[in-house]
Design a protein around this ligand. Structure first.
Ligand SMILES: [Zn+2]
Ligand SMILES: [Zn+2]
Length: 727
């Protein structure tokens, strides 16, 4: 073995070997019947490895490796999300460079083109997962749009539809004018922008004066249907019940009172535009107001005010404000900074629009999940995220599940000329109501998260009653970022409970968000991203895993190069320890008791570490295990030279144990460096067996009966605990 550990080349070789030997397969090497399942979050099929993925894998992989060593039947499930909007976007960009578009291709040809594109560019992220050393069962790789998975999604939809929980309604939704689709609240990002707040006078219809309103969106004035004030606002009490005239379109609208109006904002009077504002929409529905719209789905002005049709909102705003100014109705225009919603993918401003969409009612669906969370049958870690998960589920509004894109699961809904809807998993021959055979399928597709909500059970073959489903559902662990608690984790919980009556997993570990070195958000466009692939190339995957685990906490953390470097140094230290151990083990002679105060001290430390880990690896603090393991591996692994001396001393027994434990405890986090020295050990006879076992066996052979094997932490590497504790 070389004196200096160089991960390059070595790591890739072990990753390949392990996979080829089937060591990652579900159930490989199990010595007990209990299962341990981590259905890993499926990355976007168009995605590339980022630090969030790397940290997620470092945590999940450390835990599943530990469970494997403890003898569990482990399933670490990999796969991809078809990522509706992202994937469609990528292919549309490519089409644009060829001067074509999806509309030009048509739906079928476009879908074929996406599959073709995916064959060429998609799925590379799984190679990057391998490069980290993630021990996923790659033989079970799935995608949320593969044919079997699609069948699960259709079954789920039809199930909800038949329960009456899926319905169509005209409501205000978030519309992306670029992507030309509805989006859920959770697919938006919010950003502060500089805007102008205009105060505009609406003349009273009886000619007795005016009521002034403040607005940041004068372009929506043509769609105003009322002016609202707070019922307790003395300034306006005498005006409630009168009528005002909307500028530019000169339409009479009522002045109404509503408690949702904030008297402190602007003038305290609010123009009500149900077609373009969610709050106005609610107020409008409660007061029975009409819902005209002034803005078209492309973001430009529609025909509502014919002289504005086709203009951009900016142009319309100038026209309307000019009109007001000429008539002395523009009271003031001031700078105003406020938060606006943007599409998280294209960063265009979201248009709230009223649109006919499909919704999933949440009231009944979420109750069993809420109970599971309140009773802590499913636990989020840390506790603050558990509370957040409960709150966000309590407040979850009905879910807008339809999207106006082409790449995804087309809704299993067929409409006849009479407007009857037939819902079925397969194309029906005739309308269920009138028997008409002239059926048209809905062109909408489902929200991507509708399909990923089934990840823990669809990957196991549901709705078929498969052996995998019976064996590996419910699972145990999820490791993920907090931004998808509402989008994904909560939805898996309610879907699993609804379809199988059981929670899909027990623990959800929410990891840190790793920030750039300067504390800014990591972002490709800002140039603040840190590419894990570069770290792996430079320092090795073990070092990166170690570094990420060490820097992670329950808070957001800044990326630290020194932690990764520490990982590299530790890998090298371990390499040297193992080298010396291997060269010295032939001479090791066990003694019945620790031979010195130092040995006792080290053994006491080990025992302490072990009990700390055991106490920590309970359902409350699963995530802390990683950091304790690492801290102790660093603290208690003796310097290579010391171990060698001890091993070669007459009383080598304690030293052997110390070394092997210190190493073993870090093995889950840094698997790659270990394998090399396991394999370098000629006495290693079985897959997954560690150096410790080999040494223990040798000693057992020459000193029969003196070895006590304990398999508390993980038999693969720390089971050679053959010294009795004192007392
Ligand atoms: Zn967009
Ligand atoms: Zn019909």
């Amino acid at each position: 073995m070389e004196p200096l550990y160089t991960p390059q080349g070595v790591e890739e070789r072990w990753q390949r070997t392990w996979e080829d030997e089937g060591l990652y397969r579900a159930g490989a090497g199990k010595r007990r019947e209990e299962t341990f399942v981590d259905a890993h979050p499926p990355p976007n099929v168009t995605g590339e490895l980022h630090t969030g993925h790397a940290l997620q894998l470092a945590i999940g992989d450390a835990v599943v490796r530990m469970k494997r060593m403890q003898g569990y039947d482990v399933l670490f499930q990999p796969g991809f999300d078809h990522a509706g909007i992202s994937t469609q976007n990528a292919v549309e960009k490519q089409l644009a460079t060829e001067g074509s578009s999806r509309q030009e291709l048509g739906r079928q040809a476009f879908e074929a083109r996406v599959w073709e594109w995916l064959r060429q560019y998609g799925g590379t992220i799984m190679t990057q997962f391998r490069r980290i050393g993630a021990s996923l069962d790659y033989s079970r790789e799935r995608m949320t749009l593969d044919p079997e998975y699609t069948r699960s999604v259709m079954r789920f939809f039809v199930h909800l539809y038949r329960k009456g929980w899926i319905y169509r309604a005209n409501r205000i939704i978030n519309w992306c004018p670029y992507h030309q689709t509805s989006l859920s609240d959770l697919e938006l990002v919010h950003e502060d922008v500089d805007d102008a707040l205009s105060t505009i006078r609406y003349p009273l219809a009886d000619g007795s004066g005016y009521i002034a309103v403040a607005t940041v969106r004068p372009a929506t004035i043509p769609a105003d249907v009322a002016v609202a004030v707070h019922p307790n606002d003395a300034r306006y009490a005498h005006l409630v019940g009168k009528e005002a005239i909307v500028p530019f379109v000169e339409r009479r609208v009522p002045i109404i009172a509503d408690e949702r109006v904030e008297p402190g904002f602007g003038t305290g009077a609010l123009k009500i535009t149900p077609g373009h504002d969610p709050k106005d929409f609610d107020i409008g529905r409660d007061h029975g107001l009409p819902e005209p719209m002034a803005i078209a789905p492309d973001g430009r002005m529609n025909e509502l005010a014919p002289e504005l049709a086709g203009l951009t909102q900016k142009e319309a705003e100038e026209r309307i404000l000019g009109w007001c100014k000429e008539r002395g109705l523009l009271e003031q225009r001031e700078h105003y900074r406020h938060s606006v919603a943007l599409c998280e993918r294209c960063h265009n401003r979201i248009e709230p629009l009223i649109s006919l969409q499909w919704w999933c009612a949440m009231d009944d669906l979420k109750q069993p999940a809420l109970a599971a969370l309140r009773e802590r049958r499913v636990r989020y870690h840390p506790e603050s995220q558990h509370r957040f998960a409960i709150e966000s589920l309590e407040n979850a509004p009905d879910w807008c599940i339809s999207r106006q894109i082409w790449w995804g699961h087309q809704l299993p809904l067929w409409e006849c000329p009479e407007g009857h809807i037939t819902c079925d998993e397969e194309a029906p021959a005739a309308c269920a109501d009138c028997g008409s055979t002239a059926l048209t399928r809905s062109t909408d597709v489902l929200d991507t998260w509708f399909s990923s909500a089934l990840w823990p059970l669809a990957t196991l073959g549901w709705p078929e009653d498969t052996p995998s489903l019976r064996r590996y559902y419910p699972g145990n662990l999820q490791t993920t970022g907090r931004e998808i608690i509402r989008l994904w984790e909560n939805r898996m919980i309610f879907s699993g409970l609804e379809l199988l009556g059981e929670i899909p997993f027990e623990d959800v570990v929410i990891h840190s968000t790793v920030l750039a070195r300067d504390g800014r958000r990591m972002s490709k466009s800002l140039g603040t991203g840190i590419d894990p692939r570069e770290l792996i190339d430079a320092q090795g995957a073990d070092a990166m895993r170690y570094g990420l685990l060490k820097m992670s906490s329950t808070q957001d953390v800044r990326f630290s190069d020194s932690m990764v470097d520490e990982g590299r140094k530790l890998a090298n230290k371990l390499w040297n320890v193992s080298r010396l151990l291997l060269s010295g083990r032939g001479e090791a002679q066990p003694a019945s008791l620790p031979g010195s105060v130092e040995e006792l001290w080290i053994l006491a430390r080990l025992e302490q570490t072990r009990s700390e880990i055991e106490a920590t690896f309970d359902r409350d603090r699963v995530r802390q295990v990683a950091s304790i393991l690492l801290d102790n591996a660093v603290k208690y692994t003796p310097e290579g030279g010391n171990v060698a001396v001890r091993v070669e001393e007459e009383d080598g027994r304690a030293a052997l144990e110390v070394s092997d434990n210190g190493i073993g405890m870090a093995e889950d986090q840094m698997p790659l460096v270990f394998e090399r020295f396991h394999r370098a050990d000629p006495s290693r006879t079985e897959s997954g067996a560690g150096l410790g076992l080999s040494i223990a066996r040798q000693i057992a052979e020459s000193h029969g009966g003196e070895i006590r094997v304990r398999s508390r932490i993980g038999e693969g590497s720390t089971f050679t605990l053959f010294l009795p504790r004192r007392g």
